[in-house]
Design a protein around this ligand. Sequence first.
Ligand code: PMP
Length: 486
Amino acid sequence: MMAAPERVAAIPAQNCSAARWESNRLRADSIAAASALVFVTVPSFYIRTPVTMPVMTKEEILLARSEFLFPAVFHLYREPLVIERAKDQFVWDADGKEYLDFFGGIVTVSIGHANEEINAAVCRQMATLGHTSTLYATGPVGELAKKLAEVSPGGRLTRSMFTNSGSEANETAIHAARLFTGHSDIVALRHSYHGRSQLSAALTGNQAWRHSGTTAPGITFAHNAYCYRCPFGLTYPSCGVRCAHDVRDLIRTTTSGRVAGMIAEPIQGVGGFITPPREYFSIVSDIVREHGGIFISDEVQTAWGRTGSKWFGIEHWGVTPDAVTSAKGLANGLPIGLTLATNEVAQAVPPPTISTFGGNPVCSSAASAVLDFIQQHALLSRTEENGQHLREGLLRLQSKRSLIGDVRGMGLLQALELVTDRTAKTPAAAETTALLEAAREQGLLIGKGGLHGNCVRISPPMDIGLADIDEFLLRLDRAFETITRH
Ligand code: PMP
């Protein structure tokens, strides 16, 4: 492959995002352009920022991907989608095709791509102080930690530890739980996903993400509250929430009887947005505490208002956890991991500990700006209202499309479970893959999940409008039409 020649251009721009737009336009204009020197103006600064924009064609990108990335890095779609740029609820591919993004880079773009307020905060911070490591104190970390303590569940989780990803946030929480309780056993849930590191993969209850087999001892898996496919063959509410009460038996039969804690997603994300009944978490958290453990809510997908009306998913169940973990949507796409815990749990972790990138000033500023944006635009209540509108539309679609076996989720975290036969509930995995392809054709991005790969995951930015939801429903219906015709 030949390296592309280079060109340098000077572009005055109003802010970072404008500069990116402009440099993208230049890229498209000139096949020869390989890098652009961009002058960026932010409100009180004048920053001269060289931005390297290597130019590769779509074919070169795909070739480089197949030759130089770990083959394990998989992409959605038969032909990987090469995304070139994005703004608000839209992304554009390398051929200039526009898509309505209802997956948000896996539930991560909380408030729209290239959000101007977040970009301004990032640019301002980047120009001021880009990196320190946790060895030094900075304003952005102090400000973010204070804000998090203010919004934390029950106002009780006042201590933050910042890292780089959800996997690391969960590692930190388990470490703290073991130190705090002096016990080692952890209860996790079947169908869960907690990350790709060795420990977080060992906490994950889905074979697809456990390639190394069992690498960490001391983890026991409870049945999850999967009402559509009840592991006990029962029906809610006459089941008496058997799956929750079974946690007591699980602890007494598979552990020493004393546990460090339980980790659970309020709504299982990768599992296909499996949403437990309203009694579930108070029952299991009480059982775990009775046996000496703490309750950790993995909010990597469910935090920051995504489920509507509450900052954290677990708040819908009326439970105050001892720790929550988060990542994804907290900084709208910039890498960040958060373990938020009670003072007592945090105090149990002895010094020293360090994270080179944890609490990066730029990512922390972005996260603070995301929290401000959510507050200023009343996105908790808006997400609840928009989520209701989306849910009603999905239920209408279910009455029309027999492939849709179940509609579930909360707020703007909604899923469809597809089945080829509603009585036998046979997972429609091939049809789900075909639906994703058909949606792509319709200019719509949606996600996939579930143990059988038969769930459609829907998680648009939380600042979308009703018209976007209606357009989404229209395109999704057309995608269903295409796959049922063939
Ligand atoms: N927990 C949950 C609930 C997740 O959905 C994910 C990511 N899909 C993780 C943890 C791991 O996060 P990361 O990919 O940032 O390590």
